[in-house]
Design a protein. Structure first.
Lengths: 344, 575
């Protein structure tokens, strides 16, 4: 009898399996709003923050259903690449820290160019290419430090190359982290402020590496690292929660990490307006205030997070998409050759 | 011995299961792997060997392979030795608290590798508790232990993975026929001598099987190598593959990653081959009907308490220390400020309720883990029986089955997930249904990846059952199915329970497959933990980890008490 039970269990499991396969439904109740549609967003943004944003969007656009896939930038692009290799991706909207990847998609004609009406009021440099992507909030790579471990706060990139930081300054590995790679390219572009020399110096100073900004933040807070090159909004959030950390926008310039929101051209025709509505809404004051409350520097003209400078007050090493597209492959190669090999 | 001759059997159920499994493996393993392999031979859109050439010319890749060997070999040996020693102590001696030890020493297996590695950085990182204590005692200016090294990885892998041989070997050790060891002991051999000269050789298939499991486990580990290897850029094969996957700028990066993963399969096949060679030609039928398990050896007081102390230390180091570190973190209010009464809170636990979809993630993971465990145990029971008792289509069929079952287990989860996407992103041909982006693809991926746990464990157990029992039943007129039901299954019960547990632990906290294959409504605990980690929410991550560990430990204890109640055979005399 037991064998039969096992068999029937197995068969019923198969049945469950095949039924589960049919359960691919999409939500969305028709309420007769002007804009409706169903979209899938692939992102590397913290899931909670994006969910909050989508929920607020749905209060104004109840008939637009946005589903979410979130993972690290590298995993999101790997998933997209594998999907694209079979013909098409499920993603209709993309939002992660790899503008090179997006530019590449654009060159293959896979992105919808869109200039949101709400973008009229923002710095035009935050709309990329001919509108293939739009920056909806700003994140910068800056220097964060542990306030209990560091007596004098570092003020510029060069400060962390000092002996004091030997073995206790860390960066996210540019070969894992999209943000850190953008920082590398931008750093190299401005040799007077940073350049290759800075990388030589931090390597000589026994720089440490992590795979993600998350791990960096954990270890700067715990004091394992005295300082780190890290994305600004996370540190602001940790500081607000009472962790002994603070950040400085380096005097010679912080690095803007482009994370544009883009619309894929595979978006179903009846959902294109919904996708545009989402991008445009993200630039609205409601959304901008929400993003500021999430510790991001807003791209629009609303008040920023408490104690944070306005975008116009931050000295940045200007991001240059043409330079990035032209030079990034070579810089990656040089970096990997000089500093990127595996140790052991 | 032949299915067809047996008139009572009616429908040849085992044969159906065998062929259904073959069909499943063809679809879920062979097909995606073929796509991956085909892919690994494509560079710049044309067929070529470039990706493989790159493997051998890239110094970074060579180095990572070497690093992997430097970690995998010692930690496989260490964890097997430690696991077998612990199993021996709790089964074969009268060490105090042995029943409790038999459960709690299995806990490390239930701690997800990521969590375990992070917990160890709390203990042995530059600012870790243990390092601080050592610095205080010896008045050192620098942390004496550096865990971000090859040695650190070997240590952490061993203290986690010893639980695998422990779980696998324990049931067989309980089942082993007492007569020979009794004879040795009557002739004056000490319990340890009897263990080394008699029991150990008899246990060889089981030990080697578990060693192969540990070897593959550590080879395909990502959590420990990612967490401990990152700061000093020590990459192993899996982290190097992940590194390649993370480089969309590199032409054909997914193809190169696939090619590298294929190299891992060579190691897996090598391990399998060595395992087969050692076992070849030897009969290790040690579980007979006539004599139950052996009463545990009575050790003299000093040895007994010495052993007790050793087990306590092992438990403290491998389990208590990292779990306590995770608990303290989970109870911390503000990260970065030393833990104290003022800096303690339950908010990290209560706050979990506010996270969207968290209960669904728990439900999904529990369901996935239980379904995978049930399917894997049921299927591998029948398939292993046919494989071991040569009822399958000849030896070649068994070999092929073995390879199909082993390979997915040896590959990094991310690569399996990529293969699944390549194979299933489009709707299935003919039926037109798409399983991609549903719960089913996760279940299929889990079953395919972890089938080996069942196959390995159960074939090991079956090959130790003497055929005389089944022959006797057959002679007494019992049919194939009846013999299987009344003789084989009861003898295998502990191993079946063990298999369920072996599968539940890695599936409930699975990260690498899920983080590419999950979709809305199908999130898992692993994806939530992974996100928390990437977002630097260490307190939440710790709270989730503590809940998860609690959950699997409860499942573990519950499963143990169920198997033991049903376990009417081979009493060891202590119940």
């Amino acid at each position: 009898m037991k064998t039969k039970k096992i068999i029937s269990l197995f068969l019923s499991t198969l049945l469950v399996l095949s039924l589960a396969g049919c359960g691919n439904t999409s939500a969305g109740a028709a309420k007769g709003e002007a804009v409706s549609g169903s979209l899938v967003l692939y992102t590397s943004e913290p899931e909670e923050l994006v969910s909050e944003l989508i929920a607020a969007f749905n209060r104004e656009y109840p008939d637009v259903a946005i589903e979410l896939f979130r993972s690290g930038t590298g995993k999101v692009t790997a998933k997209m690449d594998a999907e694209l290799a079979t013909g098409s991706t499920m993603a209709n909207l993309i939002w992660f820290a790899d503008i090179g990847y997006m530019k590449n998609l654009d060159e293959q004609g896979m992105l919808v160019h869109y200039k949101a009406p709400n973008a009229a009021g923002i710095d035009p440099s935050y709309v990329y290419g001919d509108g293939f992507g739009t920056e909806v909030r700003l994140i910068y790579n800056v220097i964060a430090y542990n306030t209990a471990e560091v007596s004098a706060a570092p003020a510029d990139w060069q400060d962390v190359t000092k002996e004091e930081y030997r073995g206790s300054f860390a960066i996210a590995d540019p070969n894992y982290s999209g943000g850190s790679f953008t920082a590398l390219v931008t750093h190299v572009q401005y040799p007077d402020a940073v350049g290759w020399k800075w990388y030589e110096d931090i390597m000589a100073n026994e720089c440490r590496f992590e795979q993600s900004n998350g791990a960096l933040m954990t270890k700067v807070s715990s004091g394992e690292y005295k300082a780190a090159e890290i994305v600004d909004f996370q540190i602001r959030a940790a500081k607000a929660e009472g962790s002994p950390v603070d950040l400085v926008y380096p005097a010679s310039g912080a690095v803007l990490v482009p994370t544009p929101l883009c619309i894929m051209n595979n978006v179903p025709e009846d959902s294109l307006e919904a996708a545009k509505a989402f991008v445009n809404w993200c630039l609205s004051d409601t959304a901008q205030e929400m993003l500021a409350a999430q510790q991001y520097i807003p791209v629009g003209n609303v008040a920023g997070p408490e104690g944070a400078p306005k975008a116009s007050e931050i000295r940045v090493l200007p991001f240059d998409l043409d330079y990035f597209t032209r030079e990034s492959a070579g810089i990656r190669e040089t970096y990997t050759e000089r500093f990127g090999g595996t140790e052991g | 011995m032949n299915v067809k001759k047996n008139k009572n059997a009616g429908i040849p159920v085992p044969a159906i299961v065998w062929w259904v499994t073959v069909a499943f493996l063809l679809a879920a393993v062979v097909y995606p792997m073929t796509v991956l392999i085909a892919n690994s031979f494509r560079a710049q859109g044309t067929a070529s060997f470039d990706n493989y050439r790159r493997l051998f010319s890239d110094p970074s890749i060579r180095k990572s392979l070497l690093n992997s060997l430097r970690v995998v070999v010692p930690s496989t040996v260490l964890s097997t030795a430690l696991g077998v020693f612990c199993a021996w102590a709790v089964v074969r001696t009268n060490v105090p608290g042995r029943k409790l030890f038999s459960r709690i020493l299995a806990i490390p297996y239930f701690i997800p590798p990521f969590i375990g590695a992070i917990s160890w950085t709390f203990l042995l990182g530059p600012k870790g508790i243990l390092n601080r204590v050592l610095m205080d005692i010896f008045r050192l200016s620098e942390a004496p232990i550096d865990i971000y090294t090859i040695g650190g990885m070997i240590f952490v892998m061993s203290v986690y993975r010893f639980a695998v041989p422990f779980i696998v070997v324990m049931p067989t050790m309980k089942r082993i026929s007492a007569s020979m060891e009794e004879a040795a002991r009557i002739s004056g051999a000490t319990p340890l001598r009897a263990m080394l000269d008699i029991t150990l050789p008899l246990l060889l298939p089981s030990i080697l099987g578990s060693m192969l499991l540990v070897f593959l486990f550590i080879l395909s580990d990502f959590g420990v190598s990612a967490v401990l290897g990152a700061p000093n850029r020590i990459r192993l094969v899996t982290t190097e593959i992940f590194y390649l996957i993370n480089r969309p700028d590199l032409p054909d990066h997914l193809q190169i990653a696939s090619a590298y993963a294929m190299l891992l399969t060579v190691f897996a096949l090598g391990g399998l081959y060595v395992y087969r060679r050692i076992l070849k030609g030897s009969r290790y039928a040690v579980v007979r009907g006539e004599s139950g398990g052996l009463a545990p050896a009575s050790l003299p007081g000093a040895a007994k308490w010495g052993l007790f102390a050793a087990l306590c230390v092992i438990f403290l180091v491998t389990t208590m220390a990292p779990v306590a570190a995770a608990c303290v973190t989970a109870l911390t209010k503000t990260w970065g400020i030393p833990f104290s009464a003022e800096n303690a809170t339950l908010a990290n636990f209560t706050g979990l309720a506010a996270i969207r979809n968290i209960s669904r993630a728990f439900r999904n993971s529990l369901l996935l883990a239980f379904l995978s465990a049930l399917i894997i145990t049921a299927v591998t029971l029948i398939v292993s029986y046919m494989a071991v008792r040569k009822k399958a289509r000849g030896v070649a069929g068994v070999r092929i089955m073995e390879i199909m079952v082993t390979l997915p287990y040896a590959l990094p989860g991310t690569i399996i997930a990529l293969g699944m996407i390549l194979a299933f992103a489009r709707p299935l041909p003919y039926i037109g249904i798409s399983i991609y982006g549903t719960f089913s693809i996760l279940l299929i991926a889990y079953v395919a990846r972890f089938l080996n746990l069942g196959y390995n464990n159960i074939t090991g157990a079956i090959s130790q059952i003497d055929t005389s029992l089944e022959e006797a039943a057959r002679m007494a007129g019992a049919g194939e199915v009846r013999t299987f039901r009344d003789i084989v299954i009861p003898l295998l019960l502990p191993s079946l329970g063990g298999t369920m547990l072996l599968v539940i632990a890695p599936t409930i906290s699975e990260i690498s497959l899920s983080s590419l294959l999950w979709s809305v409504r199908n999130e898992t605990i692993g994806t939530v933990i992974y996100s928390a980690m990437e977002e630097g929410r260490i307190l939440r991550e710790a709270a989730l980890a503590v809940l998860l560990i609690l959950l699997v430990v409860i499942v573990n204890f519950a499963a143990h008490s169920i198997t033991e109640r049903k376990d009417r055979y081979g009493k060891t005399g202590d119940r």
